[in-house]
Design a protein around this ligand. Structure first.
Ligand code: PEP
Ligand code: MG
Length: 572
């Protein structure tokens, strides 16, 4: 019998939870319908098929609206229903049947394809997301005209692998109690992700399994909190994840109760937990999950979405975020494009993570940077004392000085135009390249705060590409070198009297968060889903226990020892 070794695939975590089951693959719906003609006496039959397909799908979409969801799901579905019943779409399909004598399938196919081509020409992220919707309506409508509908033989407990999943397919899946979803595509705001979060189905996106020659029935585990997919897990791994899944469910339920409690350890030491945010859709969770403002606002999405770069579009985005954060601060990170977030039309780089990324790109594209700074300063005037600027991927002092110089230029321009802005907007530096942690004392003299990005700090310190699944076992932020660099940064910041926050994934691990508090770093920012669990652990211990923990961790020589020390702190 062939032995299958465990294989790990790394995607992006999209909906929390652990899914254990067997692989089921959703066939790609990319149909190529041939332009076949019908006879005159068949016209009415095809028109009727079109009408009943439209009615059937409208009812199916109405059913989706009844699923309770956190976000604006109803709005999304309404948009689908509108497209379905759009008079122009109807007219075009009917014309292709009545005048051109095409089959109903081809009439639908070519009508929607004309729309898809327009979206393709737009070449922007919003258009891509819309395209997924239109393709799914096209294919669902064609299928609805068939007498015999396609088989959907997924069973309870299976993990669905798909290129992308349409909302109606999501609904079918939700009735079957699947264990998880892995998608090649998908965005954090795609319908499938929004629905899987609402339905509590663990979900991993941007995981390309092409190289794995997947087959139905293979054993698989997915971790919706880390983005890991383990194919052919060992018995030991299965047992470990089964236990984790159970623990996770119990913990999350219990932890949510902590969200509204005061942010203090048992001995009264205060701490601040903030949210890492990228999309407006995430904002409602600030309150329900107990976040005090935003410690990291990732802004790259704006850059990918924009067709033409527009200050007003950014102003609206920052204003909405600032409003949602009530009285708490918002740290806006300047565009961190490059690395794995490659802009269209950028030149090929053989090593993008060590290339034209973050502040390096911004200083090359000064107009882009000036636009972003202008938008931030404009909004700052409406929310004095609230906004902060964070510079990504800094590797040397000169980069900070150059950005600060541009801030002054933008301020002068705004003053000349009599635009009111907050002169006191703080400017911070991401500590995510080892050179900055190692020279933190010198850097601290030139900025207002540090925010430690442990994801990149780990990647650059350990020389492990954070997106390469082959070496993902080496990507371990608990490595002694990382703790040492964090401690050096904190000490340097203390000497120069500037605050330090953590905004990398490490902050979302309760055991690491406890250790940070022990080191005196009590400002932590993380994905909203992790906030309750982190808070429950921090609120359940005294500061002196955490000080001992961090002293022990910092003394440790081996990774294994550190993991053993931290293990009891993973949950209350
Ligand atoms: C980090 O590197 O830790 C970080 C927070 O930034 P990003 O993950 O967006 O690179
Ligand atoms: Mg980073």
């Amino acid at each position: 019998m062939k032995e299958y070794q465990p294989k790990i695939l790394s995607g992006k975590p999209a909906a929390q939870g652990i899914g254990i089951g067997t692989v089921w693959i959703l066939p790609d719906e990319n149909k190529a319908i041939r332009p076949e003609k019908i006879k005159k006496n068949e016209i009415e039959k095809h028109i009727k098929k079109f009408e009943s397909a439209r009615e059937y799908l409208t009812i199916e979409y109405e059913k989706i609206k009844n699923i309770p969801a956190d976000y604006e799901l109803a709005e999304i579905i309404d948009a689908q229903i509108q497209t379905l019943n759009d008079p122009e779409v109807k007219l075009s399909i009917e014309k292709k049947i009545r005048v051109d004598y095409y089959t109903v399938e081809y009439a639908i196919f070519s009508t929607f394809n004309e729309y898809i081509q327009l979206l393709q020409a737009a070449n922007a992220k919003w258009a891509n997301e819309r395209m997924i919707d239109v393709v799914s309506i096209r294919d669902e409508m064609i299928e609805a005209t068939w007498e015999k509908k396609k088989d959907f033989d997924v069973k309870e407990g299976q993990v669905v692998f798909a290129t992308d999943i349409s909302p109606t397919n999501m609904v079918k899946l939700s009735h079957i109690k699947i264990s998880g979803i892995v998608m090649k595509k998908g965005g954090f705001t795609s319908h499938a992700v929004i629905l899987s979060q609402s339905l509590g189905i663990p979900c991993v996106i941007n995981a390309n399994w092409d190289r794995l020659s997947l087959k139905k029935g293979y054993d698989v585990i997915i971790d919706g909190s880390t983005g890991q997919v383990i194919l052919w897990p060992s018995w030991k791994q299965s047992e470990e994840y089964r236990k984790r899944r159970l623990d996770g469910l119990v913990r999350y339920e219990k932890a949510l109760e902590w969200a509204q409690k005061a942010n203090r350890t048992t001995c009264g030491y205060p701490f601040v937990l903030r949210a890492n945010v990228e999309f407006l859709e995430e904002l409602p969770r600030l309150e329900s999950h107990g976040a005090k403002g935003i410690g990291l606002l990732r802004t790259e999405t704006l850059l990918f979405e924009a067709e033409e770069f527009d200050v007003n579009q950014q102003v609206n985005f920052y204003r909405n975020v600032a409003k949602a954060s009530k009285n708490e601060s918002v740290t806006i990170r300047l565009f961190d494009a490059g690395g794995d977030k490659i802009l269209e039309n950028s030149d090929f780089e053989s090593n993008p993570f060590l290339g034209w990324r973050g502040v390096r790109m911004l200083l090359d594209k000064k107009d882009l940077l000036k636009n972003q700074l202008e938008a931030i300063y404009r909004v700052s005037g409406e929310f004095p004392g609230k906004l902060k600027i964070l510079i990504p991927m800094v590797s040397r002092l000169e980069e900070i000085l150059a950005v600060k110089k541009l801030c002054k230029t933008v301020q002068r321009v705004l003053s000349k135009k009599s635009v009111h802005f907050d002169e006191g907007v703080k400017i911070g530096v991401m500590v995510e390249v080892p050179s900055i942690a190692l020279t933190a004392g010198r850097i601290a003299k030139h900025c207002d705060f540090f925010s430690i990005g442990t994801n990149d700090l780990t990647q650059y310190t350990l020389a492990v590409d954070r997106g390469n699944e082959r070496i993902s076992y080496l990507f371990d932020s608990f490595h002694p070198a990382i703790w040492k660099l964090i401690k050096m940064t904190k000490d340097a910041a203390d000497r120069h009297g500037i605050p330090v926050a953590i905004c990398g994934e490490m902050a979302s691990k309760p055991e690491a968060a406890a250790c940070f508090l022990g080191m005196g770093i009590n400002d932590l920012s993380m994905n909203t889903a992790s906030l309750p669990a982190v808070k429950s652990v921090l609120c359940s211990h005294a500061r002196n226990e955490m000080e001992k923990l961090s002293a022990d961790v910092l003394k440790s020589e081996a990774l294994k020892e550190i993991h053993e020390l931290l293990e009891p702190w993973r949950a209350i």
